[in-house]
Design a protein around this ligand. Structure first.
Ligand code: NAP
Length: 214
């Protein structure tokens, strides 16, 4: 299985940090691949291959790390290249100042993306994992939760399996529609983390749930 991560921002870098130890040959793409190369050198990520966005779309499973406002035009432009692939969506559609959602109640970024890409299996994940948690996934020895959603059950299970070796608890979280809740949970989590002084190191962990069996 070929895996790629698109974008060298906070989440892109964090995703590479948690995926690269388990998937050698991981492809990391940027508008400026030299930036990705420089980060790889600095962080000692010798098994990571850097590329353009276009090349990275040859992977079977693609993790994007774009803002929702950039994601939709990008998806529109690349609909054909993304056909038949799994696209992991981490976007939360928030206003620039994080004060609100940019979509209506009854909508989510993941569902809008899936509508735009009918021949791609969109799988939501990492929507509630703030970037610093990707840098240090365990808190007091405990893993946090990732809610994995997708209308294509096989694609959802593929991503759940892929995430299994990572230091998180990944839950089968049902259809993309659940992102109407999951994405909004990130705004709530952010507000709490700021109030209690630990933003941006915050993620959910459900009480009473055992480690998953797929
Ligand atoms: N920040 C968090 O803690 C967090 C948590 C959960 C979910 N998310 C979601 O993750 C996504 C990324 O968040 P982030 O904090 O990682 O953002 P960020 O640091 O700003 O990174 C976004 C990356 O998108 C790439 N990009 C591609 N096309 C672009 C364009 N036209 N304009 C600007 N950048 C473009 C850039 O990578 P290149 O320059 O390499 O091309 C950029 O570094 C958002 O959808 C957010 O809702 C974030």
């Amino acid at each position: 299985m070929n895996i790629s991560v698109l974008g060298t921002g906070r989440m892109g870098q964090g995703l590479v940090n948690v995926l690269a130890p388990h998937y050698s040959g991981l492809v990391w793409a940027s508008r400026t691949p030299e930036k990705a190369e420089g980060i790889c050198r600095k962080r000692g990520w010798t098994g990571v291959m850097t590329s353009s966005y276009r090349e990275a779309l040859n992977a079977d499973i693609i993790f994007h790390s774009f803002w929702f406002r950039d994601l939709i035009p990008w998806a529109q432009k690349n609909e054909k290249r993304l056909a038949g692939r799994i696209l992991v969506d981490i976007a939360n559609p928030f206003t620039e100042d994080f004060s609100d959602f940019t979509l209506d109640w009854g909508q989510s970024a993941a569902e809008e993306l899936q509508k735009m890409l009918p021949h791609t299996a969109v799988v939501g994940a990492f929507k509630n994992t703030f970037f610093q948690v990707l840098e240090q996934p365990l808190h007091q020895g405990e893993k946090s939760d990732i809610f994995v959603t997708g209308d294509d059950g096989e694609a959802r299970r593929t991503v759940l399996n892929l995430l299994k070796p990572l230091p998180f608890r990944a839950w089968d979280s049902g259809n993309l529609e659940n992102n109407r809740t999951i994405e909004r949970m990130t705004l709530f989590e952010r507000e709490l983390a700021i109030r209690y002084g630990n933003y941006p190191y915050v993620s959910y962990r459900l009480f009473g749930m055992d480690e998953y069996v797929i």
